[in-house]
Write a protein that binds this ligand. Structure first.
Ligand code: HQG
Length: 187
């Protein structure tokens, strides 16, 4: 008798989560999935399209994946019919977030090779819709570590807000802003 190892499940969940990030944030057209203006996709439609791309999930497994996701990357609508990514989109979606007063300081994890450009032009969203900022240094450290030896920049969010620049917080706690000019960045 063969028992499924928990690890196997974890690995297939990570793979499914990466694929969902790809289609819900960047390339829904890859699987022909319609997203509405707020970034929502119909769950039944999504599930029907996944097997052709090697991802096997039923409704229950999808719900589990959303619940257990380490960074709470996805949200299911209140009626349970739709799913979207909570942040990180490169396609234009209106997440309907309300501008909020940020904490006095937020943090951004990056790597040394970007520091010169950041010092001259500030933090830019790059491919994404927003610059992503972390509420604490530990999270910023993890974000930076994805690309190399991390460097943590402190962002004077309190002063940006006082100067009229807008901040939003995604459903999973990431702080978002359009651009951080260099004068608000400390080492
Ligand atoms: C850098 C992951 C040159 C910036 C993470 C970063 C996060 C500049 C890279 C989320 C620059 C963009 C977002 C400038 C910024 N010149 N480089 N002017 N301004 N950069 O991935 O913040 O797992 O788009 O420092 O954990 O790294 O996907 O942004 O290194 O929460 O859910 O350009 O993505 O979450 O990279 O990460 P990214 P990020 P998920």
């Amino acid at each position: 008798m063969r028992h499924a190892m928990p690890m196997e499940k974890d690995i297939s969940f990570v793979r499914a989560s990466k694929f969902l990030s790809l289609v819900l944030r960047h390339e829904p057209q890859k699987i022909g999935l319609p997203l509405d203006a707020q970034g929502w996709a119909d769950i039944d439609d999504l599930l029907a399209r996944l097997p052709a791309h090697g991802v096997r999930l039923d409704r229950e497994a999808l719900q589990q994946l959303v619940q257990d996701n380490d960074k709470q990357r996805f949200a299911i609508s209140d009626d349970g019919q739709r799913i979207r990514a909570s942040q990180g989109h490169s396609i234009a979606v209106d997440l309907g977030l309300t501008a909020l007063e940020p904490p006095a300081w937020l943090y951004h994890g990056t790597v040394p090779r970007f520091l010169e450009a950041i010092a001259s032009e500030g933090l830019r969203p790059g491919e994404r819709q927003h610059v992503h900022l972390s509420p604490d240094r530990a999270t910023a450290f993890q974000v930076g570590s994805r690309r190399g030896t991390p460097v943590i920049l402190s962002v004077d969010a309190g002063r940006m807000h006082a100067d009229g620049l807008s901040f939003y917080q995604s459903a999973n706690g990431v702080w978002l802003t359009a651009h951080v000019p260099p004068r608000y960045i400390a080492g």
